[in-house]
Design a protein around this ligand. Structure first.
Ligand code: NCD
Length: 309
């Protein structure tokens, strides 16, 4: 599979076959990590984080370090020339002079696309505003595939902030390419998926329903993707406070769910999954976070054209 030199801005930048291949490659790395310890020796990853992050930044950095490469970057734009008013275009052009590959997270939708057009190194979107987050989607797909064997004929519930949640938009877009995926979109009215996402689902022909009721939807789900209400994208705090605890998954609610349900969450969680769910074998969110590092190892190797993955 040749992904060398490509950018990853949104999930459809990768074909279904390329995604399958990356998941398999991540599996090979999980099985024998020592074989990959020098795969990116001498290569440099730049992490440009204009927004807070734990998993995405650390998993990218850990991934590169475990491949024998090195990392530069910022996690606070105030510590770089961004604070002096430098544009994304100029920042990425400069970073491309020093690094071999870059991952960028930015509060503005479209920022990763702009960066990818200005850079002659692969640019990975680590989240652009409320738009997309393709490497979280790779993580989600890997976690589902390892457990369910594939993506056909599953009922996937997405619950919480479907309006601003970029992980939701990317995962829906990726899953519409498989046959028989049924979506149950669970949110308060104000936080329903944006029109363009609903249209994508409609165009794909996938079956979907929108509901406000998590309890009622739960028994039919094979996957439940919980999300945090995205406080930083709200225009006013009062709306956030009113909506933030719309859904709280707890052990009592889970009683009505299938034994084979997978509960996923991109994390961080606030209140939407209570701690009493963590010990349930259906809670997959920390395994999901771990998979994130392995799939990013596979992705970095592929985009850099490293041998042996
Ligand atoms: C998500 C994000 O940043 O979009 N986190 C992550 O990358 N795992 C989800 C969130 O912040 O709610």
């Amino acid at each position: 599979m040749d992904l060398q030199g490509r950018h990853l801005v949104e999930p459809l930048d990768l074909s279904v076959d390329e995604i399958e291949w990356l998941i398999d490659a991540a599996g090979r790395i999980v099985a024998k990590p020592e074989d990959y310890a020098e795969a990116c020796k001498g290569k440099l990853l730049a992490t440009l984080f204009y927004e807070p992050s734990t998993r995405t930044r650390f998993s990218f950095e850990a991934a590169m370090l475990r491949l024998g490469g090195q990392v530069i970057g910022f996690s606070e734009p105030s510590s770089s020339s961004v604070s002096k008013g430098e544009s994304i275009a100029d920042t990425i052009r400069t970073v491309a002079c020093y690094a071999d590959i870059a991952v960028m997270r930015h509060p503005k939708e479209g920022s990763a696309l702009v960066a990818s057009r200005c850079a002659d190194i692969p640019v990975i979107n680590g989240g652009d505003g409320g738009h997309h987050h393709p490497t979280q989607t790779l993580t989600d797909l890997m976690t589902i595939k390892l457990e369910k064997g594939g993506f056909n004929n599953i009922t996937v519930g997405m619950c919480g902030d479907l309006k601003f949640g970029r992980t939701v938009h990317s995962l829906i877009r990726a899953l519409t390419r498989y046959s028989g995926v049924r979506f149950v979109l669970i949110s308060p009215d104000e936080l329903r998926v944006p029109e363009y996402v609903r249209e994508e689902v409609e165009r794909s022909g996938a079956e979907f329903e929108e509901t406000r009721d998590l309890r009622e939807a739960l028994p039919e789900l094979d996957v439940l993707y919980m999300t945090r209400v995205q406080r930083e994208r709200f225009f006013n705090e009062e709306d956030y406070i009113r909506l933030k605890d719309s859904y709280i998954l707890d052990a009592e609610k889970l009683r009505s769910a299938k034994q084979s349900l997978m509960v996923l969450h991109p994390l961080p969680r606030v209140n939407e999954i209570s701690a009493d769910v963590d010990a349930d074998p259906r809670a997959f969110y920390f395994r999901q976070a771990k998979n994130g590092m392995y799939i990013r190892m596979a992705l970095i190797m592929a985009l850099l054209g490293s041998k042996g993955v």
